[in-house]
Ligand binder design. Structure first.
Ligand code: SDX
Length: 429
């Protein structure tokens, strides 16, 4: 492979190094572009062709539908690992030994409480508040009660901030849901596994003296959280990285990521998918009407849960979740007409010229909401569950950025506004 790329501008040639990654991807290193060319920059709205960093955490191949965390395939991890093991793998780079995993979990449990004053902040929210806004606010508010987690430079300080957040965020997730349902708020149960504890905090009923775990729900949630755990430089992860690049603390950076994930084009799509499927059901299952809306350029409607910036043949996570949706509904004895509508819509889209030409396939958000709904999770909580799954990935990416001492993110722009003009007094305007 040649080791440079040549750019010619007005007859002058400029050479830029080519960098090859471990999966044979190649990047043009343009860090000297502006200086070498006397001010030229690149322009790439939405960063569709621009790499923001070098990372060793997650590898995607959009053409082949490959997703690997630290070299392990998503298929193997979803089948053989549990969520806490995958969180450790993403953050520290290796699958943990049993001793390492036990210490990790014990350190997390040591921080699985939040200051009671957080409940006062939660109480100040109206019941109608969207749980993603509540979660983002409470995550940032944790900074006030854990000031030592803000200015972290040593790996030890980072570790302490990380286990604090892995212990506290599930409590905030459970409380956000229970606040919406008007249920009392419970702390976790340190005798339980990480995912079992989350389910108990979310679903223990006030009149129950003992919450009985349902292994189907535990396995389903564990798998869903693994499938959402990281996805290289997506919108919310890039938000976490650029926020952390100013040396803002971990909690503030994750709070920013939660806000970015909320958007319906990103993590908010799982809620939008269910609302779309419900609307189709109310419309008598008229999928053709919604397919037409999705193709109508004058209509802002998009077929939610379809399309992806990277995957152009299939999203491997959607394949795994689709099988899991069948299994979970069968195991729970739930028949959900929404699932049948989803499968019908998928078949229509897979055979529609507009979708096939644009390589629009179901993504991770298309089927996940069906499982969450079968588990009794309210639709407004779906994106919160995505955030809970993505937390270890966000943490891993933030930690990698800080350990690599990446510079503060500060993109350039192409100015297209007014050129210089003189001020006019109000009487002259
Ligand atoms: C996630 O980046 C990640 O990794 C994200 C994620 C993660 O794990 O972090 O995988 C999670 O966010 C999954 C995506 C969830 N979002 C949705 O399901 C919302 C619906 N999908 C889209 O809006 C869209 O497909 C995106 C945002 C996912 C991708 O958009 P791109 O890559 O910017 O593509 P585009 O908007 O340029 O679309 C290309 C063409 C356009 O048509 P033309 O102008 O070429 O005629 O495809 C069309 C678009 O109009 N198109 C769709 C469509 N998605 C793209 N048309 C109808 N329905 C859709 N869903």
């Amino acid at each position: 492979m040649a080791n440079t790329a040549t750019l010619e501008i007005e007859g002058k040639k400029y050479e830029f190094p080519l960098i090859e990654g471990t999966e044979k991807e190649v990047a043009i290193d343009i860090k000297t572009l502006r200086g070498a060319t006397g001010g030229y920059i690149t322009l790439d709205s939405g960063y569709k062709n621009t790499g923001s960093c070098e990372s060793a955490i997650t590898f995607l191949d959009g053409e082949k539908g490959i997703l690997r965390y630290r070299g392990y395939s998503i298929e193997e991890l979803a089948e053989k690992a549990d969520f806490l093991e995958v969180a450790y793998l993403l953050i520290f780079g290796e699958l943990p030994t049993s001793e390492q995993l036990e210490k990790f979990h014990s350190d997390i449990k040591a921080h699985s409480v939040v200051d009671d004053d957080v409940k006062k902040i939660l109480d100040a929210f109206p019941k109608a508040a969207h749980p993603m806004g509540v979660l983002s606010s409470l995550t940032s508010a944790l900074t006030a009660f854990n000031p030592e987690s803000v200015n972290v430079d040593s790996e030890e300080d980072m570790y302490n901030a990380i286990v604090r957040l892995l212990g506290k965020l599930p409590i905030l997730v459970a409380w956000a849901m229970r606040k919406k349902k008007g249920l009392p708020l419970y702390y976790g149960d340190s005798s339980l596994g990480y995912v079992e504890n989350i389910l108990k905090m979310m679903f223990k009923q006030p009149n129950e003296d003992k919450y009985v775990q349902n292994p189907i729900l535990v396995n389903a949630l564990d798998k869903l959280l693994i499938l959402h755990a990281d996805h290289e430089q997506n919108c919310s992860t890039s938000t976490v990285r650029i926020t952390g690049s100013s040396h803002a603390g971990l909690f503030a950076s994750i709070s920013a990521g939660i806000s970015a994930l909320w958007g319906p084009l990103h993590g908010g799509a799982n809620q939008a998918v269910l609302e779309m499927l419900e609307a189709i059901k109310e419309d008598g299952g008229d999928t053709k009407k919604y397919m037409a809306k999705a193709k109508d350029k004058s209509d802002p409607f998009r077929l939610m849960g379809f399309g992806h910036r990277v995957y152009k043949n299939f999203d491997p996570r959607a394949r795994i979740i689709k099988v899991a949706a069948d299994e979970v509904l069968a195991d729970l004895g739930v028949t959900d007409p929404i699932l049948d509508i989803a499968k019908g819509l998928e078949q229509e889209a897979l055979n529609d010229e507009y979708f096939v030409k644009r390589k629009l396939y179901p993504n991770v958000d298309f089927y996940s909401g069906i499982i969450y709904r079968a588990m009794g999770i309210p639709v407004e909580m779906f994106t919160v569950m995505f955030a809970l799954g993505r937390l270890p990935g966000w943490i891993a990416q933030w930690r990698e950025m800080r350990l690599r001492k990446e510079p503060i993110g500060r993109p350039r722009q192409l100015y297209i506004g007014e050129t210089e003009r003189s001020f006019k007094s109000i009487s002259e305007r």
